[in-house]
Design a binder for this molecule. Structure first.
Ligand SMILES: Nc1ncnc2c1ncn2[C@@H]1O[C@H](COP(=O)(O)OP(=O)(O)OP(=O)(O)O)[C@@H](O)[C@H]1O
Length: 705
């Protein structure tokens, strides 16, 4: 892009520029978004609507290519046709990225013939691709989930872990990499200091060899980096967070690429071979969108997690059962006291003696019940011997009833399990982060290319659905449409009749006249024909396929489309309209389409004005023009130029006396007007005096022709 700074672009003031820099992080990043024509990212900036984003991209294109959409589409009606076409096309996009991006394609002027042909060449492949992949529901589902990758929300700083380096160089590097956003980082001189500071953390990550082999206190959890302490080792959760936050679009892109490659010849994202695709998708399958490890990745982690989740409920159940069992066992017990034992109660040892004696009676049952409770806990939580040591401590050796748990021991148990989980998760996350970290840049490219694919694929699908074909493109202004149809008629109830027409290009029965009048019956399809020609010019000059069995366009620089005015204009509006027509004077090559200009004023004056405009266009070698008018004869009377008149004729009346219209214009033919046909219908459907009267009127028409 030739634009060096945001502020150089029209439409971007200081306020917007700051907003963009703020949102994208730097001016460079913002310019990159503009350079990519990425409307979707641009319109995600607060305060920037999609419409404004599209207009900014059009400015960028104007700077890059020296071609602006306003230069080509010279009238609101021309814009309207463009907007409607793009609107139809957008409905074929699967992603909001491509939907927005489709609005950035513009019709190019004639000096961009190479660009137009290059787009045509690229689209040719995508039209073929749409035939192969258009009905693939899996591809469509995958593409719908693709979207631009986002930065993950910030990972919270860990209070459990800290990094200790033994040298200033590593320390400065870590700060430079902003690792201190996620972990405390220390540069430590000696062992004493290290042990002192490390006390505040449950895990100490040590970089450098100074402390290797040193005697650390037993309760200190130390981890030595084998390498230079890269991000994946120090803060694997940060590396993983990017992939976790973007799990859906990354996996969707992988799936889309897999389908595209397996069902077509397109080697999309060729920098990612099948082995790498497999590795990436396996790694992605191991993490959850929250950045945790998926269930099943490591059975030990699953077990530890399940222990932490269920231990409370299992302990409660064990306790309840133990108390019930003890109660049941003792319920049927009777104790027989010998007389001496009974008397002993009143002796020196008193009640204590009796309790000691009774304890023996309960002890067996108590030990058995507690033993069963421990086994139950072990079995339910699948505990390991080391964890069972904590469970042992939960039960009192001395008999108490009801049996109670020692809650300090329960806490110790929970902490021990948690420590194991944290350590093991860290190890496994490090492995994942190490493997994933090499894919970060690749993922960005891959998702971008998938979204770009969807943009062209949408055009391919649109072309397939509307049966569009690439036109032949040549240098001199002209349009030929064979078996064309107006795409805006698609949803009409009537069957669309294909039409053929040419202006500025020689076909049978013409001399390739560039400026013509199109006459015809009311509702014959004249406006529909002008719309079709506008569609062909716009799509053709975008490098896109057009709605015709075959078509040829001579490239021009401007399209001027003027639709029918709603009635006679006031003097002021009339003046404005004529001023609008003064644009035809420019020497630029152009296509001019005008619908019934006569209705702006009285017929006599209109015919003179139209004749003048036609002469001006006639004198410009590189203009083509189609004027729809009912005043063909009067216009011809007002000019010495030989202007071709074509006509959409009603061939007559059918058995029900309805008009039979041939929608394809007949060259060099002034079509009968509807009034004449109506008089003919009245003649045929009446008799007697009335028939005679209608015949007389009809004869007037005939004599005029
Ligand atoms: N090729 C076609 N196939 C099917 N229907 C068509 C075709 N062309 C036009 N029509 C239908 O005929 C009707 C009249 O078309 P249109 O408005 O283009 O005629 P018109 O000649 O411009 O009429 P008017 O002289 O009243 O302005 C519309 O409903 C349109 O959908």
């Amino acid at each position: 892009m030739h634009v060096n700074g945001l502020i150089e672009l029209p439409g971007i003031g200081e306020k917007i520029s700051n907003k963009l820099i703020d949102h994208f992080g730097s001016e460079r990043a913002a310019l990159e978004v503009l350079r990519r024509h990425d409307v979707a990212s641009l319109s995600a900036v607060p305060g920037i609507s999609e419409k404004y984003a599209v207009s900014l991209i059009h400015e960028v294109i104007a700077q890059e290519e020296g071609a602006s959409i306003e230069d080509f589409l010279q009238t609101p009606e021309a814009f309207n046709v463009y907007d409607k076409i793009v609107g139809l096309m957008r409905s074929y996009a699967h992603t909001s990225y491509s939907r927005a991006k489709l609005s950035t394609y513009i019709p190019y002027p004639s000096n961009k013939a190479d660009r137009i042909r290059a787009i045509q060449a690229e689209l040719k492949g995508y039209i073929e691709l749409a035939k192969k992949l258009g009905n693939d529901v899996e591809l469509s589902a995958a593409l719908k989930k693709a979207r631009y990758l986002k930065e993950p929300s910030k990972v919270a700083k860990s209070r459990d872990r800290a990094i200790f380096t033994d040298n200033k160089k590593d320390y400065d590097r870590l700060l430079g990499e902003h690792i201190d956003r996620y972990l405390d980082v220390y540069c430590i001189e000696n062992m004493g200091e290290l042990v002192d500071v490390a006390k505040g953390y449950s895990q100490s990550l040590i970089l450098g060899s100074k402390f290797a082999g040193a005697d650390f206190p037993e309760d200190m959890n130390v981890d030595f980096s084998e390498g230079a302490g890269e991000a994946w080792w120090l803060v694997p959760e940060v590396v993983i967070s990017f992939f976790a936050a973007n799990k859906e679009p990354i996996e969707a892109s992988l799936e889309a690429i897999r389908i595209i490659r397996s069902k077509s010849d397109l080697n999309i994202c060729n920098y990612l071979d099948d082995a790498k695709m497999l590795e990436l998708s396996q790694e992605m399958g191991r993490i959850t969108p929250e950045g945790e490890l998926e269930l099943g990745v490591d059975p030990e982690i699953d077990r530890l997690k399940s222990v932490l989740m269920r231990y409370n409920e299992v302990l409660k159940a064990a306790l309840k059962k133990a108390n019930a069992d003890l109660h049941d066992r003792m319920e049927n017990n009777t104790v027989t006291l010998k007389g001496s034992q009974l008397l002993g109660m009143f002796g020196e040892k008193g009640e204590a003696g009796l309790k000691g004696m009774l304890e023996k009676e309960v002890a067996k049952a108590y030990v058995e019940v507690v033993g069963e409770a421990k086994s139950f806990i072990k079995e339910q939580l699948a505990l390991k011997p080391f964890e069972m040591q904590h469970v042992d401590l939960m039960f009192n050796d001395d008999i108490v009833y009801p049996i109670e748990l020692n809650y300090r021991a329960v806490d110790g148990f929970k902490n021990a399990v948690n420590r194991q989980l944290v350590k093991r998760s860290l190890d496994i996350k490090r492995n994942s982060a190490k493997r994933l970290s090499k894919f970060e840049a690749v993922c960005k490219d891959m998702v971008r290319d998938t979204l770009e694919f969807d943009t062209y694929f949408a055009i391919g699908l649109f072309a397939l659905d509307y049966d569009l074909r690439l036109p032949a493109v040549n240098g001199h202004a002209g349009i030929r449409v064979t078996d064309g149809y107006n795409i805006f008629l698609r949803d009409h109830a009537q069957k669309v009749e294909p039409v053929s027409y040419a202006v500025g290009i020689k076909v049978k029965d013409t001399k390739g006249e560039r400026v013509v009048i199109l006459s015809g019956v009311n509702s014959g399809g004249k406006t529909t024909m002008l719309d079709l020609l506008a569609q062909v010019v716009i799509l053709g000059q975008m490098g896109f396929p057009v709605p015709a069995g075959s078509a040829e366009i001579g490239l021009v620089d401007e399209l001027l489309y003027f639709s029918k005015s709603k009635g006679t204009l006031t003097a002021g509006a009339f003046e404005t309209t004529i001023k609008g027509f003064s644009r035809v004077v420019s020497k630029n090559s152009k296509v001019v389409l005008v619908d019934e200009l006569e209705s702006i004023t009285e017929p006599g004056a209109s015919a003179k004005i139209i004749a003048g405009i036609l002469e001006t266009l006639y004198d410009n070698d590189c203009s083509v023009a189609v004027f729809v008018s009912h005043l063909a004869e009067q216009i011809r009377e007002n000019t010495k130029y030989s202007i071709r008149v074509d006509g959409i004729e009603a061939k007559g009346l059918d058995a029900n006396l309805n008009l039979i219209v041939d929608r394809t214009p007949r060259y060099n033919y002034l079509a009968k007007s509807t009034p004449e046909l109506i008089v003919e219908r009245l003649t045929r459907s009446s008799d007697g005096d009335k028939k005679e009267f209608y015949q007389k009127l009809l004869a007037k028409f005939k004599s005029k022709n």
